[in-house]
Design a protein around this ligand. Sequence first.
Ligand code: BGC
Length: 489
Amino acid sequence: MKTLIFITILIVTVSSEIKRYSFPDDFLFGAATASYQIEGAWNVDGKIPSIWDTASHRNPSSVVDGTTGDDAGMSYYYYEKDIQALKDIGFKVYRFSIAWTRMLTKTNQVNQKGIDYYNKLIDRLKEEGIEPMVTIYHWDLPQYLQDLGGWTNPRIVKYFEIFADLAFKSFGDRVKEWITFNEPSVFCDEGYGWASHAPEIRTDKNIGNYLCTHHVLLAHASAYRMYKEKYFPSQQGKVGICLNSGFNYPYNSTVTQETVDKAVNFYLGRFANAIFTEEGDYPKIMRDAINEKSKNEGRRWSRLPHFTTAQIESLKGSADFLAINYYSSNFVVPFDLLPGWDPAGSDNEIWGFHDPTIWKRAKSVWLYQVPDGLRDLLIWIKDHYNNPLVYITENGWSDEPMTIDDYDRIEYLNLHLKALSQAIDASCNVKAYTVWSLIDNFEWMRGYTERFGIYAINFTDPERQRIPKKSVALFKDLMQNMYVEIDEN
Ligand code: BGC
């Protein structure tokens, strides 16, 4: 009898630790993808090559398993399967990107077949009551533009304007949520600084990646201003930019808040400061440090280019929302607490790192589970950028191919949804969340070795069936209840 009472008490105690984290009824949940990662059909119906076609076809290619996005999930043919997958969960929004290389030829003529494809996709989504959220640029730059220097050539701003104009004109009657760029820090740093992504250009000491940063910001502002002037009066949509960031935690008590802020300013602020602050321009702390370092390096001008006053004004306020991709966070330590570190090697002079003894790691080497970082980053954004409208446009976990019982992903997602709900309770103005990703896809230089989908794909199956993983059930429940329940034990 005693044992029975003890067990009952234990059960009551354990179950009383389950806590509920809820979301407002009008909060939008959905899933995200990107054109090159899912569409396949890389050379059909007038599509021209992108820098990712070039990088993955190169022999030997830098993609770890030697694969390409030539076919991927074949969403160009099987988009109905994607829509069905969204529908089965009850998702309300689908974030996808449009391929520049499908919509325009090398001489900037419209490729109608490319437009037709996205029209079909958008129309079907609308019929199913799913809101399209369109990323205009998710990394698949036309190769012929890269041959002119890509994002390091100032002329790219005009080329991007032509593409964005076509997108607004063709789809803006139905698309009300536009994202100009996906994660510019990643494609600038990895594509034009460290050569770890297409177009695989290496420039020492943050030169190519800062030129890229500068032109992306100008291209963003000019697309935003064009939309406001030419399309907003009739289309009434919103235009924002998507930035990725983690939060930075002081490694120990000797690391100050100043270091934390500096790290966020150098990373998120490199794009966000010009758009979301009154001050405008690059963060002053960044501007000053790079000017000074460039001078000490004996350069004739700063590695970080300068905006004109008119450009600063045009960038200020040039977003109706901030889209955030959050995956992980770091610890930070300033170089001056690390004897022997060479300050010349880094512009912010901060070392950021993960601690594998504390944080669980995904299949991807860079992805550690730090859910509180999402909440803390959102609060930082609220406090520093005047509480802008925020959408979480990516958040997800990678594992081995065909892990259908994806319990680690479920744990990661539940904890991040909890952190998101806490951020909303702390008055952060977040209104949407799209999980990365709807389906398994081409994970850039990691090929098909790391999977982020909540639906699995066996890439040897010609039908590319979308197979629900266990995490699909999590989202089905979420769509029904608008809360997650976490066992806090
Ligand atoms: C990108 C996605 C990518 C995901 C996981 C983000 O950086 O926007 O395209 O697949 O992270 O690596």
